[in-house]
Design a protein around this ligand. Structure first.
Ligand SMILES: [Zn+2]
Length: 67
């Protein structure tokens, strides 16, 4: 399932949520302030490294000389 990024218009909190394409941003509540004034940022995958540990695409290989 795709991961969507949302930004809360109330507190400027940016967060990610896994939801179906049918979900409307109006149904998503900000986890910080609980407001539903969020806008969807179309992004299939997060650019952060928080959730890509399994893929390893953004971590140095074990044989890296830089470690
Ligand atoms: Zn908020």
């Amino acid at each position: 399932m795709p991961i969507y990024e949302f930004k809360c218009k109330s507190c400027d909190n940016e967060f990610e949520m896994i939801c179906s394409a049918n979900d409307d941003a109006g149904d998503i509540a900000c986890p910080r302030c609980g407001e539903r004034k969020v806008e969807k940022i179309m992004s299939l995958f997060s650019s952060s490294c928080g959730s890509c540990g399994s893929s390893g695409s953004c971590s140095a290989p074990a044989s890296s000389p830089f470690t």
